[in-house]
Design a protein. Structure first.
Length: 406
C-alpha cells in the first residue's frame, strides 16, 4: 500500500498553530496541493505530522476523506512507525513544498530521493545532503526503512530522519531540472511574501505565453498584468472571470435584439477580452495543480461561443432581421458564416504563422465591424475582408503546390 506522509509542523506564527503548509498559493493551501499529488500518485492512506490544533488540519482531513483516503494524525516518530508496515511504500513530502505536478508525478512513480542543485537548493530553503546536492522535498521509500525511526529520539525530525535513513540504505537519488527552482516550479514556501511571489511568477509565465502582437491580445495581457495579482488574492479567481464574461455576451444579445448593432459589436469585443483574460488567469492557476497535466477544453468552448455570438450579430446587422426578404436574409447569414469560419480556420491553418493571431483576435474584429457601421459600410467591409483573405490564401496554397511539384 502506498502511504503519503505530509507535514504541518513548521510554524508560521509564534503560537505554532499557523503553519507554512497552511499558506495559500493560488487560493489553495500548500498542504492540500501536496495531497492532490499524493492521490494522483496512487496513495491510499494519509499520515499527517501535525499538532491536532493546527489551523487548516480539519480541512485537510475532510478533503482527504472525500478523496477516499484513510487519514491518521501522528505527532512523532513512534506514532508513525505504528501506522506503517514493511510491505508499504512511503511517499514523504517536505513541509511546505510546492512542486509542479508535471515535474513531480514522474518522480513519485519509482523509489528515490528527489534532489536539487546545492547552491539553488540552499538559497530556496532545502536541506543539504552533500557538497553537490540538497533534498528536493520528496522521498519514495520502502516502509521497512521507517522501522529504524524507533532507534532515534522520540522528538526527532521525522522527514529529515527518513532522508538520512534512505541515504544510508542506498536509495537512488533523482534530480529535478535546475531551472525549476528559479522558475518557482519547485520551491518551499516560508512566508506569505514567498507565496505571493510564486503566484506572480506563474502569472508572468502565463502572460509571456499568451501575449501577442494583436490589439486584443495586447490589451488582455495588459489588463491581467495590471490586476491579476489582486485577483489571485480571491479564491477561484479564474472562475469569477469566466462567469464575468457572460455579462457582455448577454448584453450583446440584448442589444442586437433591439437593433443596436454598434453597441452589440462593442459588447462582443468586451466578451472576447474577458474570455482571453480568464484564459490567462486559468493557465496561471493550473500551473501548480494536477489539472495542468490534463487537457483544458474550457478555452475552446468559450472561444467558439464568442464566434457563434459574432456570427449571429453580424448576420442580423447585415439584414437578417425579421421582415427582411428571404434572399437578403440568407445572403447576410452566408456572409457572416463565411466570415467567422474563415477567422476560425485561419487562426489554426493560415500559411503565414505570424498572421494567425490576427485571425483569432475577436476584439479587433468586433471593433472594426462596429466602426464600419458608422459609415454604413458593414457589408462592404465584411465581404471585402473575406474576399481578400480567400484570394491570398488560395494564392499561397497554389504557389506552395506548384513549388512542391504536386
Amino acid at each position: 500500500m502506498r502511504i503519503a506522509i505530509l507535514s504541518m509542523l513548521e510554524p508560521l506564527a509564534v503560537d505554532g498553530l499557523l503553519t507554512r503548509a497552511g499558506l495559500r498559493v493560488n487560493g489553495e493551501p500548500v498542504v492540500e496541493q501536496q495531497l492532490e499529488l499524493a492521490i494522483a500518485a496512487g496513495a491510499q492512506r494519509l499520515l499527517v505530522l501535525a499538532d491536532r490544533r493546527a489551523v487548516g488540519l480539519d480541512d485537510l482531513v475532510a478533503v482527504a476523506g472525500d478523496g477516499g483516503l484513510d487519514v491518521r494524525i501522528v505527532a512523532d516518530a513512534p506514532g508513525l512507525c505504528s501506522e506503517v508496515t514493511a510491505a508499504d511504500e512511503l511517499l514523504v513530502f517536505g513541509d511546505a513544498l510546492v512542486a509542479d505536478p508535471v515535474l513531480a508525478l514522474p518522480l513519485l512513480t519509482v523509489s528515490g530521493i528527489v534532489t536539487v542543485p546545492i547552491e539553488e537548493g540552499l538559497a530556496a530553503g532545502f536541506e543539504r545532503i552533500d557538497a553537490e546536492s540538497a533534498w528536493g522535498g520528496i522521498l519514495v521509500i520502502p516502509g521497512a526503512l521507517a522501522e529504524r525511526l524507533r532507534q532515534l529520539p522520540r522528538d526527532c525530525d521525522v522527514a529529515s530522519s527518513l532522508l538520512r535513513i534512505a541515504l544510508m540504505a542506498g536509495v537512488t537519488p533523482r534530480g529535478v531540472e535546475p531551472r525549476a527552482i528559479g522558475d518557482k516550479r519547485w520551491t518551499i514556501v516560508r512566508n506569505e511574501t514567498e507565496a505571493q511571489a510564486i503566484e506572480a511568477q506563474r502569472l508572468r509565465r502565463s502572460l509571456a505565453e499568451a501575449r501577442g502582437r494583436t490589439p486584443g491580445r495586447a490589451l488582455a495581457g495588459f489588463v491581467v498584468g495590471r490586476f491579476g495579482n489582486r485577483l489571485f488574492e480571491a479564491d477561484r479567481s479564474p472562475a469569477l472571470v469566466w462567469w464575468a464574461a457572460l455579462a457582455p455576451a448577454a448584453a450583446a444579445i440584448a442589444l442586437a435584439a433591439f437593433a443596436m448593432f454598434s453597441a452589440a459589436f462593442f459588447a462582443i469585443a468586451l466578451a472576447w477580452l474577458t474570455v482571453r483574460g480568464a484564459m490567462i488567469l486559468d493557465a496561471a492557476d493550473r500551473q501548480g495543480r494536477i489539472a495542468s497535466a490534463l487537457p483544458d477544453r474550457k478555452p475552446l468552448f468559450a472561444l467558439l461561443a464568442v464566434d457563434v455570438l459574432l456570427l449571429v450579430v453580424l448576420a442580423m446587422a447585415l439584414g437578417g432581421t425579421v421582415g427582411a426578404e428571404t434572399l437578403a436574409m440568407l445572403g447576410a447569414w452566408c456572409v457572416s458564416t463565411v466570415f467567422v469560419c474563415v477567422a476560425r480556420i485561419g487562426a489554426v491553418t493560415f500559411p503565414f504563422m505570424r498572421a494567425r493571431p490576427f485571425f483569432e483576435d475577436r476584439f479587433s474584429q468586433a471593433i472594426v465591424l462596429q466602426l464600419a457601421l458608422f459609415g454604413d459600410g458593414l457589408g462592404l467591409i465584411a465581404m471585402s475582408v473575406v474576399i481578400c483573405v480567400m484570394i491570398i490564401w488560395t494564392g499561397l496554397l497554389t504557389f506552395g503546390t506548384v513549388r512542391s511539384g504536386k
